[in-house]
Design a protein around this ligand. Structure first.
Ligand code: ADE
Length: 338
């Protein structure tokens, strides 16, 4: 059973890999970032130097990792991939850095989860390509300095404010914020993915999936794959609008793209905290969701829709969210009393 599960996961990952754009021309959206990166790459290549360190930030699923792979591909550089929580010890970082070859790209995902000790060793490595390691303890402790090959760090985070400012200031190649995609861009991404998956999708079905994709390519591709499953089981040669709607309903994704947890978060704020404001830790406890998941996964989209506001006193559900949930807002109720 465990082996079967692993296979399923492996297949899903290789599918995700197949959907990932392989060139700038295939990458839809984030036009400003693409323009900047192309100039950075061309200028550094002409000088025969590695590009300077880069930071990507923004909500999950918008293509930070994809961009890092594209940069590496354009530079014909090797990319080594790791993440903040995977680098637990100073020795882990030392081993990663000393194994780099000249011109390599080191991609660190979830950079906000690097521990402070590791960050402090990273600064000199980024700035002067030297790695200071303390060997031994007490009076016999000594520092050795290792020289590193020229390399580029590409870091990605969903929580830029959590990076220490010395680390943030080391990304002289640029700090780029990925934005939610437009509906048109999401539709183009769905159409492209459908071609790669060799499945036909009616235009109306593309629209329907796009509407509920949270302006996020990763979500759009996930919904497309589930609709494809549905079409296959129904022995339909195409994903029709009806099939797409049925698949989305079964996944309990509503017309605004809200999933069960999004609605539960809004309903909890309304029923237990009178619509807010409520502090994030209180909300996490009341919903049994992790604070980080609320902040990084659910909240950005709810705020993008204008369903939730972040105020200095906590989270507040907006009148628009009440309307979407078919509830009367506090404001409406107050006006009924007048
Ligand atoms: N698949 C995932 N993200 C994409 C993007 N930005 N462009 C094209 N295909 C994608």
């Amino acid at each position: 059973m465990a082996i079967e599960n692993q296979n399923i996961q492996a297949e899903d990952q290789s599918l995700d890999q197949a959907l990932r754009p392989q060139s700038w021309a295939e990458y839809i959206g984030q036009e400003g970032i693409k323009k900047n990166l192309k100039i950075l790459i061309q200028a550094a290549t002409e000088r025969g130097e590695p590009i300077e360190h880069i930071l990507f930030y923004g909500p999950a699923g918008l293509g930070k990792t994809t961009l890092a792979y594209l940069v590496a591909r354009e530079l014909k550089a090797q990319i080594k991939v790791t993440s903040g929580p995977a680098i637990e010890r100073v020795g882990d970082l030392a081993s990663i850095l000393t194994n780099l070859s000249p011109g390599d790209i080191l991609f660190i995902d979830e950079a906000h989860r690097l521990n402070k000790l590791i960050e402090e060793i990273l600064y000199p490595a980024l700035e002067s390509r030297s790695l200071d390691i303390v060997i031994g303890k007490g009076p016999s402790a000594r520092t050795i300095q290792l020289e590193l090959p020229p390399f580029t760090l590409i870091a990605a985070t969903t929580r830029v404010a959590l990076l220490s400012s010395p680390l943030r200031s080391r990304f002289s190649g640029g700090t780029f914020r990925l934005e939610f995609y437009t509906s048109d861009e999401i539709k183009k991404i769905i159409a492209r993915s459908a071609r790669i998956l060799k499945v036909s999708v009616d235009d109306e079905a593309v629209d329907e999936i796009a509407k509920r994709a949270r302006f996020t390519p990763r979500v759009a591709n996930r919904l497309l794959k589930r609709a494809r499953d549905f079409a296959q089981v129904e022995k339909s040669p195409r994903i029709t609008n009806e099939l797409a709607v049925n698949a989305l309903q079964m996944l309990e994704i509503d017309a605004a793209g809200l999933e069960t947890t999004d609605r539960m978060i809004l309903n909890t704020i309304i029923s237990k905290f009178g619509g807010g404001p409520v502090g994030i830790s209180t909300l996490a406890a009341a919903t049994s969701e992790e604070k980080e998941a609320i902040e990084e996964v659910y909240e950005p989209y709810l705020m993008q829709l204008g369903f939730l506001e972040r105020t200095s006193r906590g989270r507040v559900v907006t009148a628009r969210a009440y309307e979407h949930l078919g509830l009367k807002s506090k404001l409406d109720q107050d006006s009924l009393l007048v």
